[in-house]
Design a protein around this ligand. Structure first.
Ligand code: SF4
Length: 264
């Protein structure tokens, strides 16, 4: 498969690819769903030290692309993301929260954005949703230490309510602005399986029209990785009204992760 990245952009980003390699195996299941819309193309060249021109889907016309380090490695990306000004979310956040996990993890789990606890700790999935994710991974038989966890958006978006910081869903333009970091993580980690947790992650990677409700737990065909699966974000399980609903949603979530476990 030919890369979607123009040559001048490869130079701008150094020798590593921005996109993961093509799938290493062809579709092997009739449950696989072919997506009509591939990963949106990051088509703007990143000038050194400046903002890039508008990407499809952005209204502000700025992205994180200009803040990526020349050489893509997890330590350098983790350091560089703290200086990102690709959108306004850095203004009210404590710090950027980059992904973490195994350098060449088979499974990359992508959530929405850091929450209150993650913003303070500087690590992804360390709050209540993260604990539920850990539990679900264990029940599904996936070794958490062999995964890489990250978010589609790296800074915490929130609104004050009294002394509490209430989560706000990132806008589409913020999600698109932040995508270069996620693309860089995909390029470095090269996971075999990408799991999109919730609509923000799924739409950032699979297209704005993608609906988790329609494709939950399916094996999706995408240039992102050999296998792509979309499911709910664990925080949605925590928001269920009663214990019975929570248990039912958790069981469905574990079932989705078992689809992933079967691929490993
Ligand atoms: S949310 Fe993403 S694009 Fe916006 S400032 Fe933070 S790292 Fe940069």
């Amino acid at each position: 498969m030919r890369s979607r990245i123009p040559n001048e952009m490869r130079l701008a980003y150094g020798k590593n690819r921005l996109f993961p390699p093509p799938p290493r195996r062809l579709a092997d299941s009739n449950r696989r769903t072919r997506l009509c819309r591939p990963l949106p193309n990051l088509s703007a060249k990143a000038p050194v030290g400046g903002m890039v021109s508008a990407l499809p889907g952005t209204s502000e016309g700025v992205t994180a692309a200009a803040y990526l380090p020349e050489r893509l490695s997890l330590p350098q990306l983790r350091e560089a993301v703290q200086g990102c000004r690709g959108c306004d979310l850095y203004r009210n956040a404590t710090q950027a929260v980059f992904g973490e996990g195994a350098r060449h993890a088979d499974v990359m789990l992508v959530g929405e954005q850091p929450g209150d606890k993650e913003d303070l700790a500087g690590r992804p999935f360390v709050g209540p949703a993260g604990r539920l994710l850990d539990q679900a991974l264990e029940e599904a038989g996936i070794d958490r230490t062999q995964t890489y966890v990250t978010n589609a958006v790296k800074h915490f978006k929130w609104q004050a309510r009294g002394k509490r910081r209430i989560h706000q869903k990132p806008s589409w333009s913020e999600s698109v602005a932040c995508r270069p970091w996620l693309e860089a993580e995909l390029a470095v980690v090269e996971p075999r399986v990408v799991v999109c947790l919730g609509a923000t992650a799924a739409q950032s990677l699979l297209g704005r029209d993608f609906r988790v409700t329609q494709h939950r737990g399916e094996l999706l065909e995408s240039p992102l990785a050999e296998h792509v699966v979309a499911t709910v974000h664990p925080s949605s399980i925590l928001r269920q009204q009663d214990e019975a609903s929570r248990q039912a949603e958790l069981a469905a979530f574990v079932d989705n992760l078992r689809v992933v476990a079967a691929l490993l």
